[in-house]
Design a protein around this ligand. Structure first.
Ligand code: ZN
Ligand code: ZN
Length: 666
């Protein structure tokens, strides 16, 4: 095939065909390649910042206008010219996107499905569903900030629309207990004091999450998916939860029967026909729902960039047990602490190998505590030891399960690797198992961690060392692959399909799976946060957008980090601070001494004496130029000073430090 035809074949024109190329074998997840830096200028300017667990790496190098980081205005139209955008690939016009309910002549009540988070990003999942006078919220997750949001702890969805319609909000429904689905509970539950629905373990995680906030406990409504029980919510919604498999027990899909028809939000899922806890996904129920008739299916798409089907958690057992039995010294295992099924698997592996187990790291301890209390994690008696006590055990009897699989700074494993951990230092001959994948964006920290561990003489096993070290698969992901989603679509046979959870490309691959499995292309909608899908029993179309920005949580403050603050933090982080302290006579407004210059993170002052002196002279000149007969407007003067000194520093260094003029009157 010459270049020309290759290009033509790869062109993502309309009717895509399944590629015949090689597919990943045996549950191995192909590593994500390097991500493109930044994005096309137009997109950068238009796209509201999704932020989220996507870790925002894709936004490297893209300068954001200060305020778009808070709540993008309604006319900030995200670019979506995919063939599934609801307009046959043509960009939705501003007019279409803002035609408000007031301009609509509608006699029919419409069902409105409104993703507020989790689309075009991984994390901060939240969705609102409205019909008539009722709104229900599905999931209240948080996400992690991107590189352009320094100092922000996490971000939560924008609830502007819901606050405007607070009187309609009837319920919060939780699909499962992961933080990207319940992490914003402490902020969102107080705003909407309505009952919270979910399975037992999911609600236990919400309860744990809000325990650190002084807020009123909501009414918990525990539902058992086993019984297919249904509850009425408001006038227009009837709720059922259906069991799905994921990496945490008690995960469920949300089924809402509405006057327009039935809609299903799968939550996170991956099919596991033979799960370790013996509770497989309730495919029989999904089939029954399909027969009943499903208006809209929304499926988790997080891993739809993987072709084929994912594997059962069970395939890991022999490989992990084998490593446990082969290790001659201490074993240190790390995984996603939210992956409760994996934690159980490691507990069992430690037990079968006759080792003791110490749990290290806050999130591991918290998650295990919640699950043990409710019986979702079972720990054989006598297995657990305190980490302080492992020194009393022979090395080949020690297992440590700890946090740090992503090389997070201050995590237990990172501190062990640098000798900072109070209880555990790495010793030559230690075996370390990474039973996880590397989240795109964390590659560098994981490499550093791996190298540090190896320098201390440890043996490393990870999913990536399978061939190199000849061990089996030690990680499978928690989300359905493309063919899995296709099979669910074929089972449920929805009239309309909307991919949820995932970066934009994940959503598009998920959409393709739906089309391959019988949903007409025009009935598939790839949406962005803030898009509204309006449904009747026969139709679906995109309606006016609603606000869907992000709220940044920084320490204890919620939403008080403005774009300006972020810009300052970015400027300081990139180019440092240049401070000018001038002391002036209160009456004369004239300098009484030579201005002081302080620089941090910008230049080393001793080596740049000349530049500092130039700046100082420039400041003096500015004071001299000031007309002493005019009233003193220090704010204006400082602005001018900032500009003039900024120009000088830029001309000499090509850098833009943050310039802070301080004027003391004496
Ligand atoms: Zn999730
Ligand atoms: Zn999850």
């Amino acid at each position: 095939m010459n270049n020309q035809t290759q290009k033509a074949a790869a062109k993502p024109q309309g009717g895509f065909k399944p590629q015949a190329g090689p597919r990943p074998q045996d549950g191995a997840r192909p590593q994500a390649g390097p991500r493109p830096q930044g994005r096309p200028a137009q997109q950068a300017a238009n796209k509201p910042q999704g932020g989220g667990g996507g870790r925002g790496r894709r936004r490297n190098g893209v300068q954001q206008p200060a305020h778009t980081d808070l709540v993008p205005a309604l006319d900030m139209m995200p670019v979506n010219k995919s063939e599934f955008n609801g307009f046959g690939g043509a960009q939705q016009s501003k007019k279409q996107s803002s035609r408000g309910p007031a301009n609509q002549v509608t006699r029919v009540n419409k069902l409105k499905v409104m993703p507020l988070g989790g689309l075009g990003e991984v994390g901060k999942n939240m969705m609102a569903v409205e019909y008539g006078n009722d709104i229900v919220i599905i999931d209240i997750g948080f996400g992690f900030p991107g590189n352009n949001q320094p100092g922000v702890d996490y971000i939560i969805p924008d609830t502007t629309y819901l606050e405007r319609n607070k009187h309609k909000v009837r319920a919060i429904i939780i699909t499962h207990g992961h933080m990207d689905h319940v992490g914003a509970a402490g902020y969102i539950i107080p705003k909407f004091p309505v009952p919270v629905y979910g399975t037992r373990l999911s609600l236990a995680f919400v309860e744990k999450q809000i325990s650190e906030f002084k807020i009123q406990t909501p009414k918990w409504i525990v539902m058992d998916p086993e019984k297919h029980e249904r509850v009425q919510i408001g006038q227009n919604f009837n709720l059922e939860l259906v069991r799905v498999t994921h990496t945490i027990a008690d995960s469920a899909a949300v089924v809402l029967r509405t006057p327009a028809g039935m809609i299903i939000n799968t939550g996170d899922w991956r099919p596991d026909p033979d799960p370790l806890d013996g509770k497989p996904m309730d495919f029989a129920r999904f089939r029954e729902l399909g027969q009943e008739g499903v208006l809209l299916l929304m499926s988790d798409s997080t891993s739809c960039d993987h072709a084929g089907n994912t594997s059962s958690e069970k395939i890991l057992v022999p490989a992990i047990n084998d490593l446990f039995n082969r290790a001659e010294n201490r074993l240190i295992v790390t995984c996603f602490s939210s992956s409760i099924t994996r934690v159980q698997l490691i507990i069992d592996a430690a037990h079968q190998s006759g080792r003791k187990l110490a749990l290290v790291g806050r999130s591991t301890l918290t998650n295990v505590e919640v699950c043990v209390k409710l019986g979702y994690i079972k720990i054989p008696q006598g297995l657990l030891v305190r980490v302080q006590d492992i020194v009393n055990l022979p090395d080949d009897k020690v297992t440590i399960l700890c946090t740090g699989s992503q090389g997070e700074p201050n995590s237990a494993l990172v501190r062990m690797s640098t000798g900072d951990h109070p209880n555990v230092k790495i010793k030559p001959g230690d075996t370390i198992i990474f039973s996880n994948s590397v989240i795109p964006g964390n590659e560098e920290s994981v490499v550093q961690l791996t190298d540090n561990l190896m320098r201390e003489g440890a043996n490393i096993f990870s999913q990536a060392t399978r061939e190199l070290r000849g061990h089996g698969t030690i990680h499978v992901g928690g989300h359905a692959w493309q063919a899995d989603v296709g099979e669910l679509v074929a089972m449920v046979r929805p009239k309309f399909y909307m991919p949820i959870h995932g970066e934009f490309h994940h959503l598009v691959y998920s959409a393709q799976a739906a089309v391959e499995n019988g949903v007409p292309r025009d009935n598939v909608f790839v949406m962005d946060n803030g898009d509204v899908l309006e449904l009747t029993p026969d139709t679906a179309q995109k309606g006016a957008r609603i606000p869907a920005g992000i709220v940044m949580v920084d320490g204890a403050g919620v939403g008080d980090v403005e774009g300006v603050v972020l810009r300052d933090r970015l400027a300081m982080g990139q180019d440092g601070v240049f401070m000018i302290v001038a002391t002036v006579g209160r009456k004369s407004g004239k300098l009484v001494s030579s201005p002081d210059i302080i620089s941090r993170g910008f230049i080393y002052m001793k080596e740049n004496e000349e530049l500092v002196n130039r700046a100082r002279a420039e400041v003096r000149k500015a004071f001299e130029k000031r007309n002493p007969n005019e009233p003193v407007d220090w704010a204006k003067f400082k602005l001018r000073l900032r500009d003039e000194i900024g120009d000088l520093l830029y001309a000499k260094t090509k850098r833009n430090p943050m310039i802070l003029p301080v004027i003391n009157e004496v």
